[in-house]
Design a binder for this molecule. Sequence first.
Ligand code: 9WN
Length: 441
Amino acid sequence: YSVAYDPAAPPGSLHLRATAVLEGNWTGTSTVPSHRLYPHQWSWDSAFIAIGLRHVSPLRAQTELATLLDAQWGDGRIPHIVFNPSVPLDAYFPSPDFWRSSTAGRAAGAPRTVQTSGIVQPPVHALAAWLVHRADPGLSRARGFLARVYPRLAAWHRYLLHRRDLGGGGLVSVVHPWEQGMDNAPSWDAPLARVAPAPARSFRRADLAHGAPEDRPTDLDYGRYVRLATDYRDAGYADGGGEFAVEDPAFNALLIASEHALAHIAHELGATATARHARAERLTAALVDRLYDPAEGMFFCRDVRDMEGDGLIRERGVSGLVPLLLPGLPREVVAALVSTLRGPHFGVGTATRLVPSYDLLGEAFDPHRYWRGPAWFNTAWLLERGLRLHGRPAEAQALREAALDTALTSDFAEYVDPYTGEACGATGFSWTAALTLDLLH
Ligand code: 9WN
């Protein structure tokens, strides 16, 4: 293939094109991931979007996060979707009439004026808020940005740490694959197999109107997603009772990275940061203790509801490499993660063009099906950061160039074939454009 992105050339056109994608997806108060496939505001998308947006408009980046935080529930949870009331109900499934947040979520403190989903997504927000602040500290201070977001972000972390420690080992569990953000990753296959799918005729998938069926989750996956979400809703979104509870390495690593960011925010606001840094270090130790497998050189998910085995789900997903992002990781774990990334299962720097979401040698590998093989830009961005943090500038630079090149040639695709870089899913996808901007800076 031809290398369209030339690192020696000025970043002008890539920068302009990425900015145009974000401009086109801006609604006035937040950014949609993609107008056709995802026409509302998504939680972790907005965090990644703000991280890129800060380079073109720090004010807009602040607004992106503030809009999301305005939909926070009384119990501290940040919903995974904030619905835009002017978008028709049938444009996306599940729609507000499925989640019924303002009624079913009343006991958990769902907002009355805005409709949201009732599940969450990975806590990238404090990290995003800190990076947005640093892009223009003067504007941030003048607007009291950090002072406004800090208590909300603290409540969000409190919710996760207190209500979602379903395994009792200090880590957070997700109660639905949509919460972890890598919806149909093979890691969920075993825990999902216990869930009786909702009948196919009981819901209508809107995603198939815009996405190729072979690039999307299957109908059977959707039946199980619907069952889990329905049961959670019907329990008033109370935590603890559900059939599905999994400790995921990426979700927990992002919480830890965000806890470090909250410490920086606290310090900037004149408060003490030591307790938060200490908590982040304790969580890092728990992550290694509960999810790291030294024999495989990577982290795995833990199925908290598995009563038979040891709970570890030995499917190699990119989620198991994301802890590379953490500053407090033992040296030998860092070294092992880097060699796993470069080894035959992920092929970075050798077989693949961009980090695959799943094991190239795994039975479930499919280069086009969503989170079962394709490469995504948010995970590349997280790993690039991890490589830089741990003193691997050459590997970081190679990953950065691969991501920029693929973003350009795929027209900012949602995800790509990890071998060829061929675009899958939506094009003009917001976090791809946003993280391109961040990598360019
Ligand atoms: C369900 C918006 C979201 C991302 C997720 C991605 C996908 C939704 C869907 O799109 O999930 O939340 O309808 O498939 O898996 O990571 O946040 O871009």
